[in-house]
Design a protein around this ligand. Structure first.
Ligand code: ADP
Ligand code: ZN
Ligand code: ZN
Length: 748
């Protein structure tokens, strides 16, 4: 037999199959998806490849496969998915296979791969009577040996270290017992359990409200009928979407099948996970996300593969978990931008979910209070069934929303970043011992450093991006590449000392708050304070449990947390997301304001939200005051249609980058011409724009250009783009990285 192999490599030229002979003695060990080692070209050491097909014969003279790896491989359906993705996302098949392998095993360096953790265990070799007999006859005299043996009689097969501790004996005592034939040591794999030390009280399922019941039943029918229907669970924050998910998962569990529950990376906090553990217990649950150690992730992966975990909760990449009895896919906060990968492979998890839902005939449930425009458009067209939850489930009211015009504050002589209204409300909240969240989507101290005499702006040495001042370290930092430098004493252009630090970030805001309310306890959450493994959780727990009055943070504070004692939310500068160069600026602003407002008043007391803005007339700000998604949607969809933006077409960005600007331009022009030709030849219906520098035209010393295409992303354009990439490969322009991104989340 012949195996077709794809090498484990991201080199563009190796994205093809190579035939190898499958020796007779390997035939029953190798299947599609296996990992094998082969001689490749003139390279001395063996190289790894993935078997993607097995066939009778080859037209070439082929070498034998040298070795099979008998662990950590994927199955045939995953290979099929990887091939589908590679074509659609313009990357190597092996890039996609790597997403599907056990975590930590994708690397080419076999010695560095994750593997199971083995621990030394002890078990007893003689029975109780014999041991007691020997003790009586003084064949065993040592107190310590007796203690260890008696302990083992009661608790056989335990980790050697535990025995030493519990029976208070040393390792050498155990070694003596081993030598005398009483016990033996053996190795056993143990699960690295991220839930350890967790005590969670069990939760009972709640009586669903009428609206929840309607939503539940619709999806339940589809589970029963093995339909791959799609649902949008559209419900305000706190309307009980999670309870619906829990009960759907219970249903799927009762059928012996597995549920996938995707949540945004950032909200994959223990709080979220705890709700699932409380309902189902930790044994049936596997969680997959980047905060776990590689070893923990590796074990969680096998817990799924072995069929032990029936509920998979994770961020984006959890969609690739090794499930073979899929029953439902749930995507919570489906509008979240983390569902689209910004690294190779640049996939959108919803595409992959749709592919899998079709393969396994299972439903997908998208949940959101502020659905993606595209999802809601499909719901209005009937491609997705709309399920609505209009009220908060525990009878909590939606908060009051106030808009404060910051231009007027300025006119009235208030130069601080806290309006009078917000000041009064924080004061009142402090008096009432209620908690406050302040949201500002800029970190650091000052976000803009300007020479007042000549207009010079401090920029990164390597990126065309303004530097941010961080007061704690007293440094200017680039948020793109991490470059740091000392603050400017004078202007490097005109030598003036008239330097202005403006634009406040979270650091400065916290300082201001501490000045205005010296007795208030504050805590800050942003990329600068969240770094260690559990720090994100630590901050939230502190805020919840340690009488902290005010939580100040970037968008990390926005997502899905439930703090019953928070009655006030202040949005310091709502305009941040409006001023971005992106057709989704309005959508993003509406989403973020609605989400952050949803943090207020989740308990008994009514919530108050204060939104500070310089654009009080902007529609997304006005509609978020009304908390009316549909009004927002109806207005925004007309703009999208007029300007031909998604959902009415797809946007493809072909990005080029290199340290050599000429090569970047040459490549961009070549691709442009090649596509232009295809528009005529293949009668492509696309709008192709000329190559231009990207909005951020230099990052990490690399020049960036791009081509934008508007079209319907279908087979025609996929094939043409893949052909163009082939032509480009043959043209062989040096050192230019070309990436194609379909509907990217970041347009910069
Ligand atoms: P969402 O996921 O839509 O933000 P949650 O599921 O977190 O909403 O629900 C918000 C609160 O309402 C939670 O405290 C939850 O326990 C409660 N809740 C949800 N459904 C019900 C119900 N049917 N009866 C009573 N309380 C409910
Ligand atoms: Zn100057
Ligand atoms: Zn930089």
């Amino acid at each position: 037999m012949i195996a077709e192999i794809i090498m484990n490599s991201n080199v563009k030229n190796l994205d093809r199959t190579f035939d190898y002979n499958l020796p007779y003695d390997m035939e029953d060990k190798v299947t599609i998806g296996s990992r094998v080692l082969v001689k490749f070209g003139n390279i001395k050491e063996l190289k790894e490849g993935f078997v993607v097909n097995i066939k009778e014969k080859s037209e070439f003279k082929v070498k034998d496969i040298s070795k099979v790896e008998e662990k950590d491989f994927v199955d045939e359906p995953k290979i099929k998915l990887a091939k589908w993705m590679a074509k659609r996302y313009f990357c190597n098949v092996s890039d996609c296979i790597k997403l599907m392998l056990p975590p930590g095993t994708g690397t080419n360096n076999i010695a560095n791969r994750a593997k199971e953790k083995n621990i030394k265990f002890v078990r007893i070799l003689k029975d109780e009577n014999e041991i007691e007999f020997n003790i009586e006859n003084k064949k065993i005299k040592s107190e310590k040996q007796i203690r260890a043996l008696r302990f083992l009689v009661k608790n056989n097969e335990i980790p050697s270290k535990d025995l030493e501790e519990l029976a208070d004996v040393t390792n050498s005592i155990l070694k003596t017992l081993e030598k005398n034939g009483y016990i033996e040591f053996y190795e056993k794999a143990v699960e690295r359990n991220p839930f350890i030390h967790k005590v969670i009280t069990k939760s009972q399922k709640l009586q669903l409200t009428d609206e929840q019941e309607v939503a539940y039943s619709a999806v339940e029918d589809s589970i029963d009928d093995l339909m791959n229907s799609e649902f949008l669970l559209f419900g305000v924050t706190g309307s009980g979407k999670t309870e619906v998910y829990l009960q759907l998962i219970e249903k799927v569990l009762s059928m012996g099948k597995t549920s996938v529950m995707l949540v945004p990376e950032i909200s994959l906090t223990p709080q979220t996970v705890d709700r699932f553990i409380a309902r189902f217990g930790q044994n049936k649950i596997a969680i997959l996300h980047s905060k776990l150690s590689i070893g923990e992730r590796y074990d969680q992966w096998y817990k799924i593969k072995n069929g032990e975990a029936k509920i998979v909760i994770g961020a984006r990449s959890a969609i690739f978990a090794p499930i073979n009895d899929l029953g439902i896919i749930i995507i919570d906060e489906e509008h979240d931008s983390s569902y689209k990968s910004e690294m190779t492979p640049r996939y959108n998890v919803k595409d992959v979910a749709r592919y899998l839902a079709k393969e396994y005939s299972v439903p997908i449930v998208y949940g959101s209070a502020t659905p993606d425009m595209d999802t809601f458009y499909k719901a209005t067209k009937g491609d997705i069934e709309l399920l609505e939850l209009t009220k908060r489930a525990n009878n909590a009211n939606l908060p009051n929303i106030n808009i404060v015009d910051m231009r007027r504050e300025l006119a009235n002589g208030n130069r601080s970043s806290i309006s009078m209204k917000l000041y009064e409300n924080i004061k009142e909240n402090l008096q009432n011992k209620k908690q406050t969240i302040l949201f500002l989507n800029r970190r650091g101290y000052s976000t803009f450093i300007l020479c007042r005499d000549c207009g010079y702006v401090a920029k990164c040495k390597y990126c065309n991006i303004a530097l941010t001042y961080h007061s704690k370290e007293n440094k200017l930092k680039c948020h793109y590449c991490g470059y740091e430098t000392i603050p400017l004493g004078y202007c490097p252009d005109c030598k003036s000392k008239n330097i202005k630090y403006s634009g406040s970030g979270t650091q400065k805001l916290e300082e201001e708050i501490n000045k205005i309310f010296p007795s208030a306890k504050t805590i800050r959450m942003d990329v600068d304070t969240v770094s260690k493994k559990n720090s994100h959780e630590d901050i939230l727990n502190k805020f919840k449990n340690e009488n902290i009055d005010i939580l100040i943070g970037t968008q990390m504070v926005v997502k899905g947390h439930h703090f019953p004692n928070v009655t006030l939310v202040g949005v310091i500068f709502a305009d941040g997301s409006l001023n971005i160069d992106d057709y989704r600026a309005n959508e993003r602003t509406f989403q973020i304001l609605t989400q952050v407002a949803g943090r207020a008043g989740r308990g008994k007391d009514k919530g108050e939200v204060i939104i500070q803005t310089y654009n009080p007339d902007n529609l997304s700000i006005e509609f978020s005051k009304k908390q009316n998604y549909k009004l927002f949607y109806d207005t925004e969809i007309i703009i999208r249609k007029q300007l031909k933006y998604p959902p009415f077409c797809d946007i493809i960005i072909i990005g080029f980058s290199s340290e050599n600007e000429n090569n970047v331009i040459e490549t961009a022009k070549f691709v442009y011409m090649s596509l232009k030709k295809k528009i005529i030849e293949d009668k492509l219906k696309i709008i192709l724009y000329k190559p231009v520098p990207a909005p951020v035209d230099k990052i990490k010393n690399k020049y960036r250009w791009r081509i934008i295409i508007k079209c319907k992303f279908d087979e025609g354009i996929i094939n043409s783009l893949n052909k163009t990439l082939c032509e480009l490969k043959n043209k062989n322009i040096k050192d230019v990285k070309t990436v194609i991104d379909v509907n990217p989340t970041n347009m910069m």
